[in-house]
Design a protein around this ligand. Structure first.
Ligand SMILES: *Cc1c(COP(=O)(O)O)cnc(C)c1O
Length: 639
């Protein structure tokens, strides 16, 4: 129910306001005058906007079904450019006496074409890669060609990991081992001496600075990462004893991801500088200060220090870091180090969106009610019916109580066999109509009783989307991540339905019922009524970071199709890459079925059915073809 208040007309501007696109879109997303969501890129100083629905059209023509992850290469490049240029500007303005080197943490999006693009475009800025495992180090070694770029190895490193890094050193790669625990050091010393290759060593510090937001446990005394101060001194002693203190050249700290509050950044950087200078005093050459990730993304567009937002801009972030390092080290007369940061989320989040179509809607609109009830229907139904149409802003609470009371009476009678199926349906229907009338009054009521606060949500529609939350938006499920969501077309029409969004897994957790709208967090989102002859497409934006690999195979919905486009100066776009999502056969093999064996089992079953006279040979042929096609097909709903 809950029709939004009617207005005679509706403008695209109102949609922009409603979905907050100009707040979270950061200039990359907006609406066209025709009411389509657009992705906007900057090409040679000109701003080029492409309607996302046009790209969807292009996918359709190429047989790429929904759901689909859409990557915009320009946005990935542009973010790397902006990050590097913002640091350069801050360095120039502050007369900081060294340069910046960014690295992209591979864990944030390991997909081959993302890393290839970062390695390729990143060469312009000597942008490197951060690896947290052997597999990621192998990716970094194979993708980076620029020898000025850094490779930073975090994570727990065994002898094999260390050998890989040492071989890279020997080939001239600037590959740092960052010590996470004291136990890594003996392996590094032993392996480097055995191979005769000198390592570059960094130390990851456990800062006492803590941060706001979801990732606060990445820092502070009880963080599971990094060395304590006394462990740091043990490392220094051990390096001295092996005559290797000159290898210690980097201090590393990472306060946590998505730091919403700039003050935490400043405090953390200042603390890291004290450790840096302490190590210089101990005689280590140093030269690099790596401040980890944490640069946030304003998912809700509120520019605040709430968990899903950030109270600062990129430039401010860079200036804060550069000035804090300059001031703290100048005080102690220590040369400025190369500044390194490992921004993952802020680099890739904008470049991807998840697109899906709506398959079905369950609304809570009452069916058409009769003018009058038949004389012989139960009294309680008549009582319920009499509440209808009497709801006012004075008596709505009483009407609410009565409606529920009579409806429950009918339910009770039904359980005992004293009311028919039709009686019950009628009661539910009348009740819905009354609740709808009450809900329509609520916006005009100054103090809504707490009992009724959830009424709009209870009456909202369920829009069933063709996607799996677990596969494509795992953080929404796991850590209540808020992501901007809006239709990608029809934005010149008024969205008259209030809805939550459910996915197609058979799991009641597979739903989105928390939305960041400019008025605040809402349990429902306004959407357009479905049309019979037209698909309705929604986009979930800013999903380029962490979502793809963290996703899982719940209900065996596999990877979605992925399309990577590049927008040109004339607003045309090229499909640079297309990746078909998992087939059913693929997902079966992930859980150890052999698709060939499965097919053979189906063949035997069909053959037995022929022998038993249940199906004809012709039917067998048709069935086996259907099985085969199915195994090759997409795991999602296909039209
Ligand atoms: C996860 C991680 C990052 C990336 O953090 P973002 O907030 O995505 O920028 C950087 N460095 C380390 C050590 C990490 O573990």
């Amino acid at each position: 129910m809950t029709e939004l208040p009617e207005t005679t007309d509706w403008s695209v501007e109102q949609s922009a306001e409603l979905y907050g696109v100009r707040h979270w879109g950061a200039g990359y997303f907006d609406l066209s005058a025709e009411g389509d969501a657009t992705v906007t890129v900057d090409i040679e100083g000109r701003s080029i906007a492409v309607p996302i629905i046009d790209i969807v059209q292009g996918m359709q023509e190429r047989g790429l079904e929904m759901p689909c992850v859409l990557r915009v290469e320009n946005l990935l490049d542009y973010r790397i450019q902006q990050l590097n240029e913002a640091f350069s500007r801050a360095i120039r303005q502050s007369e900081y006496q060294n340069h910046y080197r960014g690295v992209f943490p591979i864990k944030v999006n390991q997909q081959c074409h993302v890393i290839e693009e970062i390695a390729d475009f990143g060469q312009n800025y000597h942008h490197g890669l951060e690896a947290g495992s052997k597999a990621e180090l192998i990716i970094a070694l194979s993708q980076l060609r620029d020898t000025e770029s850094l490779i930073i190895c975090n994570g727990y490193k065994d002898a094999e990991f260390i050998e890989l890094g040492l071989y890279a050193r020997q080939m001239g790669v600037r590959c740092f081992f960052v010590l996470e625990t004291p136990t890594e050091l003996p392996i590094i010393i032993e392996r480097s001496q055995a191979l005769g290759i000198e390592p570059l060593i960094g130390v990851r510090l456990r800062l006492s600075t803590t941060v706001d937001g979801h990732w606060q446990e990445d820092s502070g005394d009880r963080s599971i990462f990094g060395l304590s101060t006394s462990a740091l001194l043990d490392v220094v002693e051990k390096l001295k004893a092996h005559n290797m203190l000159h290898c210690l050249q980097m201090l590393h700290s990472h306060l946590g991801s998505q730091i919403p509050n700039i003050r935490n950044v400043r405090t953390g950087v200042a603390e890291a500088c004290r450790f840096y200078s302490g190590l210089v005093s101990e005689g280590a050459p140093m030269g690099y200060l790596d401040l980890g990730g944490g640069l946030a993304v304003d998912y809700e567009g509120s520019s605040s220090n709430s968990t899903h937002s950030m109270n600062y801009q990129l430039d401010e972030y860079c200036v804060n870091i550069v000035e804090t390092v300059r001031d703290t080290l100048d005080e102690m007369d220590i040369a400025h180090p190369v500044l390194v940061s490992e921004s993952g989320r802020a680099t890739v989040a904008y470049s991807s969106m998840l697109l899906f179509n709506i398959l079905d809607v369950r609304d809570h609109k009452p069916r058409k009610l009769p003018e009058q009830l038949p004389d012989d229907c139960p009294d309680v139904l008549k009582n319920l019916f009499s509440v209808l149409g009497t709801v006012t802003s004075q008596n709505f609470q009483e009407c609410y109580n009565d409606a529920l009371y009579y409806r429950d009476e009918v339910r009770e009678m039904f359980h005992r066999g004293h009311a028919t199926l039709r009686d019950r349906a009628l009661a539910e229907n009348i009740n819905l109509a009354i609740l709808g009338q009450i809900a329509a009054l609520l916006p005009s009521i100054s103090r809504v009783p707490s009992e009724l606060e959830n009424l709009p949500e209870l009456l909202s529609d369920i829009y069933y989307g063709n996607f799996s939350l677990f596969q494509s938006l795992p953080d929404v499920w796991a850590i209540d991540q808020l992501l901007p969501i809006m239709p990608v077309h029809r934005l010149d029409e008024k969205p008259t339905r209030d809805a939550i969004i459910a996915d197609i897994t058979c799991d009641c957790d597979g739903k989105i019922d928390n939305f960041a709208l400019p008025d605040g967090h809402s349990k429902t989102i306004p959407l357009h009524p479905m049309k019979d002859d037209e698909e309705y497409y929604l986009g979930v934006f800013l999903v380029g970071a962490y979502q793809e690999t963290l996703g899982d195979l719940h209900n065996l919905f596999g990877d979605t199709n992925v399309v990577s486009v590049k927008i040109n100066a004339d607003a045309s776009f090229d499909f640079q890459r297309e990746f078909e999502g998992d087939s059913i056969s693929d997902v079966l093999s992930y859980v150890e079925y052999s698709p060939n064996t499965v097919q053979e089992q189906l063949r035997k079953k069909a053959e037995a059915a022929v022998r038993q006279g249940k199906i004809s040979v012709a039917m067998r042929k048709q069935m086996l073809k259907a099985f085969r096609d199915s195994l090759q097909g997409y795991t999602y709903f296909e039209r």
